[in-house]
Structures are given as structure tokens and as C-alpha cells.
Design a protein around this ligand. Structure first.
Ligand code: FAD
Length: 252
């Protein structure tokens, strides 16, 4: 029994491959490991991780896997919020990381939804990055509109990758920028699937970009953004009970 426990504990230890900066606040942590449970993971799931601390391991913290389920490395895209998340950029290749998962059910069954609306706030884009990378890998035909709210364009990461996906998938992207004025100057006619709107996400913006009442809706972001998104969807006739939600709020 003791050796079985040791083997399963060993499987939980992954290693840092690299840390890549996405913007000034956000980093992607790439991990390699041998836990075969992860080969059956679904896009939108999360993990709980611990990093080495002065006395053993840190407290566990949850992060969504932003890589596609088909990708070999686990990619976590992490915004600096406090002590733990600010330590991520200093992790060096080879550092052990304790990983528990995959966890959660957000976006489960999304492959079977023909019309999809994704509403993301800030780093709440991570489950949708996983789904879109998965859709790209399998050449999915699902029609997707992604509304991504940020303060400024500088807060938007993976911008070019997402823009390229609009040419590969039936995907339209609307960047809603609350602290920018001349957002239309960002529009590039060579990438017609990426649009820009000034201000917070609203029912008016969603209507303008063709959100249908019967679409499958998914929301992920900070609590105030999620409340607004649900109210705006409701005013378009979407039942909030039918909207799938993931809150990045954790219980300590
Ligand atoms: C299912 C899930 C998936 C997540 N996925 C991602 C992801 O993909 N990328 C990402 O960057 N983050 C994600 N998060 C959030 C992430 O877990 C936290 O930002 C991180 O654990 C904060 O750790 P910290 O020590 O750096 O910050 P802390 O110092 O612990 O806190 C940072 C800030 O959060 C506030 N805070 C403290 N406790 C709570 C609480 N219980 N609820 C809400 N706010 C609190 C603090 O006041 C402070 O302002 C996810 C959370 C959940 C639950």
C-alpha cells in the first residue's frame, strides 16, 4: 500500500518546462508530467497546484488549463494578483510543481453545441483559450462568438493567435475595451473576424454582433463582470439559469 501511495504522489509532481510572459501581468506556466489522468481531460477544466515553499509546499491554488486537451504540456495562464501568482515568473525550468486534477465541469459537452457565445472578462479567457485551441486542433464546425472584456488593448494577450483562429474556425471575436476611446482604429480589414467595441459588454453590443437567444452561453471572469454579463444576456431573452458559469473565486 505504501508503495502505491508513493507512486501516485510521484505522479502528482510535474516539472516546470518554461514560463512565458503574455503581458506585464500575465504569464503562462508550461509543465510536463506523467499523470495519465490528464490525457482524458476536457477543455475548460482546472488544476490545483502547489509550488515549493520554505517549509515543504505552498498552499494549493486553482488555475484553468489554457492548453488544449490534446497538447502534451500543461499550460496555465496566470495573472499576478497576490503573493502566489507573483512568484510564478521566478519559477525556473525543472522546478517541481504539485498538480491535482483535472477538476471541474465548465464547458463540458461544448463540442455538441452548434452555436456558442463566450463571454470572458480579463484572465477569465483561459477556459475559452483551451476550447478554441481544441476546436482548432480538431477543425471544429461549431459557430462561436467570443466577447472579451478588458480595460485596454495592452491587457489583451494571445491576440495574434486568436486573430489567426478567426481565419481557421467559424469564429468571431469582439474585444470590448472599457478604458479606450478610439477603438475602431484597431480594426484591420485583413482580419474581418476581429472587431472592437468601446466600453463594457452590453446587450446592445451583443445584439449588434448577432447573439442568438438559443445559443449556448458561457461566462467566465471576475464577479462584477459576470453579474453584468448575466443581466445583459437576460435582457436579450437568455435565461440566466441556462448560462454556464465559472467563477475565479476560491475558498481558502
Ligand atoms: C476554478 C478556478 C480557476 C481559476 N483559473 C485561473 C486562471 O486560469 N488564471 C488566473 O490567473 N487565475 C485563475 N483563478 C484565480 C486564482 O486561483 C487566484 O487569482 C490565485 O489563487 C490568487 O493567489 P495569490 O496568492 O496570488 O493571491 P491572494 O493574495 O491570495 O489574493 C489576490 C487577490 O484576491 C483576493 N482574494 C483573496 N481571497 C479571495 C477569495 N476567496 N475569493 C476571491 N478573491 C479573494 C485578495 O483580496 C487579493 O486582492 C482561478 C480560480 C478558480 C477558483
Amino acid at each position: 500500500m505504501a508503495s502505491a501511495n508513493t507512486a501516485s504522489e510521484e505522479k502528482n509532481i510535474w516539472k516546470v518546462v518554461r514560463v512565458a510572459g503574455e503581458n506585464s501581468d500575465v504569464n503562462s506556466l508550461f509543465l510536463e508530467g506523467k499523470d495519465e489522468k490528464f490525457t482524458a481531460r476536457k477543455a475548460g477544466q482546472f488544476v490545483s497546484i502547489r509550488i515549493p515553499a520554505a517549509e515543504g509546499w505552498s498552499e494549493p491554488h486553482p488555475f484553468t488549463i489554457s492548453a488544449a486537451p490534446e497538447d502534451n504540456l500543461l499550460r496555465l495562464t496566470i495573472k499576478k494578483e497576490g503573493v502566489f501568482t507573483s512568484a510564478i515568473p521566478s519559477l525556473t525550468p525543472g522546478t517541481p510543481v504539485k498538480v491535482i486534477g483535472p477538476l471541474g465541469v465548465f464547458c463540458q459537452g461544448i463540442d455538441d453545441r452548434p452555436e456558442i457565445v463566450m463571454l470572458a472578462g480579463g484572465v477569465g479567457i483561459t477556459p475559452f483559450l483551451s476550447v478554441l485551441r481544441h476546436f482548432r486542433n480538431c477543425g471544429a464546425k461549431n459557430r462561436v462568438i467570443l466577447f472579451w472584456s478588458n480595460k485596454t488593448l495592452a491587457d489583451v494577450f494571445c491576440r495574434e493567435e486568436i486573430a489567426a483562429m478567426t481565419g481557421e474556425l467559424p469564429l468571431n471575436v469582439v474585444h470590448c475595451l472599457s478604458r479606450e476611446d478610439d477603438v475602431q482604429s484597431y480594426f484591420d480589414a485583413r482580419i474581418p473576424g476581429v472587431k472592437y467595441e468601446q466600453g463594457r459588454l452590453s446587450a446592445e453590443i451583443m445584439k449588434k454582433h448577432g447573439v442568438k437567444e438559443n445559443a449556448a452561453c458561457y461566462v467566465c471572469g471576475p464577479p462584477p463582470m459576470m453579474d453584468t454579463a448575466l443581466k445583459e444576456l437576460e435582457s436579450l431573452g437568455v435565461d440566466p439559469a441556462q448560462v454556464e458559469q465559472e467563477q475565479f473565486v476560491w475558498k481558502k
